[in-house]
Design a protein around this ligand. Structure first.
Ligand code: IMP
Length: 195
């Protein structure tokens, strides 16, 4: 079965295929099927944005479409950057600029606990919808560490593993990450749906 990914993030595509290929699901990019949809993420929740993206790409392609809306929620910042994770600090920043800004904005005297959240939505052309949510608790490191992954990975520290996401191999990250957990839950729902 082929699902179109409602994102242009090549690293998300890779992570999704690593996890879903085991059950014979191939996730392809919009470019692979000649569709180019940019969805404005106007929702107030990961659920809303995930649905907006999957529905728009399903409608444009006529194929089942899968979206992940994800972000980092920091307790000391009242859940920010949250749904604004990709745009934190404004459009001009790259990944490193965003995590540096996050480090600079961390209050000195408060716990550094945080969580990554991922909500997966899959919209089918017949109107059916599957959703799954995954969370990964951790903490904001005091400095960036590691070269792997993307986004805020170098500053997201896992106390149990004593490493940031960026210091894990792809397999190690997928085993504990928000997206890994959401995709695992999604896989169970998809298997049930396809029976
Ligand atoms: P989305 O594409 O709207 O879901 O944006 C999610 C944003 O959250 C990304 O641009 C990253 O900044 C951040 N993010 C989501 N998942 C991860 C992850 O696994 N590692 C690091 N950053 C992530």
């Amino acid at each position: 079965m082929k699902l179109v990914l409602a994102s242009k993030n090549a690293k998300k595509l890779k992570e999704m295929n690593e996890i879903l290929s085991g059950m014979g699901v191939e996730v392809c990019s919009q470019a692979d099927i000649g569709v180019d949809v940019d969805v404005e993420e106007t929702g107030a929740s990961f659920e809303e944005n995930s649905m907006l993206k999957a529905k728009a790409v399903m409608e444009a392609s006529g194929l089942p479409a899968i979206a992940d809306d994800s972000g980092l929620c920091v307790d000391a910042l009242n859940g920010a950057p949250g749904v604004y994770s990709a745009r934190y600090g404004g459009e001009g920043l790259d990944d490193a600029g965003r995590y540096r800004m996050l480090l600079a904005n961390m209050p000195k005297d408060q716990p550094r606990t945080a969580k990554f959240v991922s909500v997966i939505t899959c919209c089918f052309p017949n109107g059916d919808v599957l959703t799954a949510r995954g969370e990964c608790p951790g903490a904001i490191a005091f400095a960036a560490m590691g070269e792997g992954g993307f986004g805020y990975d170098p500053v997201f520290f896992l106390p149990k593993l004593k490493k940031t996401f960026a210091q894990l191999s792809p397999e190690e990250k997928n085993a504990v990450s928000h997206r890994g957990k959401a995709l695992e839950a999604f896989q169970v729902k998809l298997e049930e749906y396809l029976k």
